[in-house]
Design a protein around this ligand. Structure first.
Ligand code: SF4
Length: 372
């Protein structure tokens, strides 16, 4: 597929915001009783007019989640491999502008971090790194994946956007998932918060999930960093991207994450703050829009909020996360990307999930699930 056709056209945010503001209560009424991946439905669910229907949306979202995912909540943990980064994203602790302790793990060190997580019971790993190919390129990621793949049920990466060929090499080495956030789908804000580096290329980033899917990845994860632009318009843009991926790569599973800005080196302040009620509406709207999409709520959020959302829409939680490279074996040796909000261990998060009547799932349950 040529690059231009690897992503949907994203409308300007003022146009999306105007569309959201124009939604009437009657449209919300009709939407609550309908199904389908249409932008009109999603706009109604994300609109200010739907704000007073949050409880109803939560109930419907919970019911759809139960139908499609049962009582399971999957758990995973990130392994930060390197905090070197050539980019200067204004909101990130790893920005090249910051004088933090930098570290790139050797294969042995990365394997040791993964082993610590395996010992704690994790079987799904997300390999994360700042964007600095000289410090961590495809060859080393593939070498690490080959070392880990037989000991973990699933390996995913959240690293610099790669070519389709790069993703093919990772897939052949045992990586089955790719997560890449657009950060913001608002082109104007995107240019503002990415003043330098390869990441300035909005379109290359937007086409990344499609390149990963085209390379055979079983799952692609998308999302926006909430706090950079109008969250309702971000939600519409996420929905557009998601529906496009569904149409073009129907065999690929999709997930959406909802990272909210967290305190980080640099003290960047949110340009468009997103409250917990806003975040909840966004999660419910995405679930009602696409009942089959995996929804991820990470340790950026506080324990109280994460516990309150269990069963209402999210299907995947991270736990016991450290955002500094080597941080599981040597806490506080290298700079972290951001401060996490939920500091509980895997066992504590799993206990909280069980306490609400859900089943924490730490290993890939595909084969058992299919045989059942
Ligand atoms: S968000 Fe990613 S690309 Fe930007 S500075 Fe942080 S690690 Fe680098």
């Amino acid at each position: 597929m040529p690059a231009a056709s690897l992503a949907p056209a994203i409308p300007d945010f003022p146009a999306l915001t105007a569309r959201l503001a124009a939604v009437t209560p009657a449209q919300v009424d009709r939407t609550m009783a309908s199904t389908g991946l249409t932008l009109e439905r999603l706009a109604a669910l994300l609109s200010p007019a739907a704000g007073h229907r949050l409880e109803e949306m939560a109930a419907r979202s919970a019911s759809l989640t139960r139908q499609r995912f049962g009582r399971t909540i999957q758990l995973y943990a990130p392994v930060y491999l390197s905090n070197y980064c050539a980019n200067r994203c204004l909101y990130c602790g790893f920005s090249a502008d910051h004088a933090i302790a930098r570290r790139s793990l050797s294969l042995d060190e990365a394997e040791a971090e993964a082993e610590i997580l395996r010992g704690r019971g994790f079987a799904h790993l997300l390999l994360v790194a700042g964007e600095s190919p000289p410090h961590l390129g495809v060859a080393r990621l593939a070498a690490l994946a080959r070392r880990l793949k037989d000991r973990f049920a699933a390996l995913a990466v959240e690293v610099q956007p790669l070519s389709e060929e790069g993703y093919r090499q990772l897939f052949a080495a045992g990586v089955t998932g790719v997560t890449v956030y657009q950060e913001t789908y608002d082109r104007r804000v995107y240019a503002q918060v990415h003043p330098a580096g390869r990441k300035r290329d909005y379109d290359f980033r937007l086409a990344t999930p499609a390149r990963a899917a085209a390379a055979g990845m079983r799952e692609v994860g998308i999302g926006a960093l909430l706090g950079l632009a109008d969250w309702r318009a971000e939600g519409l843009a996420i929905g557009l991207h998601l529906a496009w991926l569904r149409r073009h790569f129907w065999q690929t599973a999709c997930t959406v994450s909802f990272p909210r800005l967290r305190p980080a080196t640099g003290e960047f302040q949110a340009l468009a703050p997103v409250g917990e009620r806003d975040l909840a509406q966004l999660v419910f709207a995405l679930r009602l829009f696409d009942p089959d999409v995996g929804l991820v709520l990470s340790t950026r959020e506080e324990a109280r909020f994460r516990d309150g959302m269990m069963g209402l829409g999210p299907t995947r939680y991270s736990a016991g996360s450290c955002t500094a490279p080597g941080g599981y074996s040597q806490p506080e040796r290298a700079g972290e990307q951001f401060a996490v909000g939920d500091h509980r261990s895997l066992a504590q998060v799993a206990a909280a999930i069980r306490a609400q009547g859900f089943d924490p799932v730490c290993k890939d349950w595909d084969s058992a699930f299919q045989a059942a």
